[in-house]
Design a protein around this ligand. Structure first.
Ligand SMILES: *Cc1c(COP(=O)(O)O)cnc(C)c1O
Length: 422
């Protein structure tokens, strides 16, 4: 399709958008009494209007039933995590036994590494992308130290080639091959939080396995954003949070995936709690941990129902809309943003887009690196009603989300940016 830099064209795209009805299902924040142009769904997704009633249901059951809510609530609390499985499985391309909502992202990453990072004196290295999200860096650093190894030697961090912003898949695969005799774990982002690069999960997993290593992914910026096929791609484990593209509210319950091939390995090393114990025997209160087969066997504590309620409200919307349709609009929406940005600054005089130009290698986010005045431009955007995201040293991340962002949002962003640059 040939794009145009005009409000008329953006309105046309909105009119033809099969997902246009979804925007009104969300609360859009206001700036100075006016509806903002919200581009930070990559940081905190917007609140569905149904969230309130999902939380009210649980407050009501708690008030009226007390402890009986565990069994007799509208959605019995004892089984609450089961209610998340179907939607999560569809979103990440998995089977229900492979996914569950539990804990928080970094906690889940540690739990997964306890099971899938088992270094030996000869095989102890971890490969990950350089500049990973700090929490992941800290988790990896401390896991390596926990096992008595030196992060300076055990951790291999891959940088893009000089003058490039994204990693080339061929370089990732070559590095995995190069370290194959000492490699214990390959751990990558699904979508890189800073550059917006969507890594080739299938190829990286295949290469990791050929090298004799486990392969895991942090899907914080991928889940609900890009198509995923974790089961088919043979990924060993994955973790994610639910408050970014999954719109489940600040600090809400996270999620995790363990491939079915590991579902019945009850001897995998792990840290356990009673919620991961055989459900039929959980309340016998006996010694001897017997893990539930599949990811449920990694649950430690009883489910945080008041965080789960907004998660369910949001997952219902994802089930209804479907990732296929969402991705289709997302490609168009971000493609339109990219087109407008190139119109504004054709020779990269003001900024460079760090995110790969190939739509298959990105989600909805574009990361703009400003050559100068980045902070001032960001402030001008905010003043004009654009909610974006600033990252040091000079980057504005813009994430048009197909569920609630419109083509007019994208057009407005571009025209405000154009004015700010002048
Ligand atoms: C958002 C994000 C986190 C946040 O971790 P929490 O445990 O949810 O606080 C961690 N890693 C990545 C890659 C993220 O994008």
């Amino acid at each position: 399709m040939k794009h145009e830099n005009s409000a008329r064209f953006a309105r046309q795209l909105d009119k033809a958008d099969p997902l246009k009805a979804y925007r009104s299902k969300f609360h859009i924040p206001k700036i100075n009494g006016k509806r903002s142009h919200y581009f930070t769904g990559n940081s905190l997704g917007l609140q569905p209007k149904t969230t309130n009633s999902y939380i009210q249901d649980e407050l009501k059951d708690w008030a009226q039933l007390g402890v009986e809510g565990h069994l007799h609530g509208k959605r019995p609390w004892l089984y609450y995590h089961h209610f998340t499985k179907k939607a999560l499985a569809a979103i990440v391309g998995a089977k229900p036994i492979e996914v569950v909502a539990m804990h928080q992202l970094t906690v889940n990453l540690h739990l997964m590494m306890i099971s899938f990072y088992q270094p030996t004196p000869t095989r102890y290295k971890i490969i990950m992308e350089a500049g990973a999200f700090p929490s992941d860096q800290y988790a990896v650093e401390t896991q390596i130290k926990f096992h008595g190894f030196d992060p300076g030697e055990a951790l291999i961090e891959l940088e893009p080639r000089a003058g490039e912003h994204a990693l080339r898949t061929e370089d990732i695969l070559a590095a995995i091959h190069q370290h194959k005799d000492q490699l214990a774990l390959v751990l990558f982002s699904g979508v890189q939080y800073y550059t917006g690069q969507f890594f080739d999960i299938r190829s990286i997993t295949q290469a990791g396995h050929q090298a004799g290593a486990y392969v895991g992914f942090d899907l914080a910026h991928a889940v609900g954003n890009v198509p995923l096929q974790l089961h088919r791609d043979q990924v060993d484990f994955a973790v994610w949070c639910s408050y970014k593209y999954l719109n489940s509210g600040p600090g809400s319950v996270a999620g995790a995936f363990v491939h079915e091939k590991h579902a019945h390995k009850s001897n995998l090393p792990r840290l356990a709690g009673w919620w991961g114990h055989n459900e039929k025997e959980r309340f016998l209160m006996q010694k001897g941990f017997k893990p539930i087969p599949g990811i449920d066997g990694w649950q430690l504590s009883n489910f945080p129902v008041l965080a789960g309620a907004p998660h369910l409200a949001s997952l219902e919307i994802f089930q209804e809309a479907g990732m296929k349709v969402l991705r289709k609009k997302s490609l168009l929406l971000t493609g339109y943003l990219e087109f407008l940005l190139k119109e504004i600054d054709p020779v990269e005089n003001h900024f460079t887009i760090l995110t790969p130009a190939d739509p298959k290698q990105r989600g909805c986010q574009l990361s703009l690196f400003f050559h100068r005045n980045g902070k001032r431009i960001f402030q001008a955007l905010t003043k004009a009603g654009v909610i974006g995201d600033w990252r040091e040293p000079n980057v504005i991340r813009v994430a048009p989300v197909p569920l609630y962002n419109s083509f007019m949002d994208v057009y407005s962003f571009a025209s405000v940016l154009q004015k700010a640059l002048r």
